[in-house]
Ligand binder design. Structure first.
Ligand SMILES: [Zn+2]
Ligand SMILES: [Zn+2]
Length: 114
């Protein structure tokens, strides 16, 4: 029996493949499968919070040609912490450095309140 799509509970599930006379179905219908693929990646938290990625790297000053060369880094490693003091714009090169060793951010950059 052909199962009903779990996502919309409306359409029949799309056919996945046939094997030995048995039909295997996907867990969703064609429609839902397609719209799932079309979904854009979620907006990062820092963006919703109003942080703007800088054009230059906070660490080395590198200026990217494309904004994709600069990434937003969470100082404490917690992606949920979108406090402005926790966010840095750094180039992809520096991401590697920061990940591998502790970086002393410029003094005054970070205000820890504990
Ligand atoms: Zn569906
Ligand atoms: Zn850099």
């Amino acid at each position: 029996m052909r199962p009903i799509c779990k996502l919309c509970n409306k359409n029949y599930c799309a056919i996945n493949y046939y094997r030995k006379g048995i039909t295997y179905y996907r867990s969703s219908c064609d429609e839902c499968g397609r719209s799932k693929n079309k979904l854009k990646p979620r907006t990062p938290k820092w963006k919703t919070k109003g942080y703007k990625k800088k054009a230059a790297c906070d660490l080395c000053g590198f200026k990217g040609l494309f904004t994709s060369q600069i990434t937003v880094f969470h100082v404490d490693g917690n992606l949920e912490n979108t406090d402005l003091v926790n966010l840095r714009s750094i180039c992809l090169n520096c991401v590697e450095v920061v990940k591998k060793k502790e970086v002393n951010w410029r003094r005054g950059d970070l205000q820890v309140d504990y």
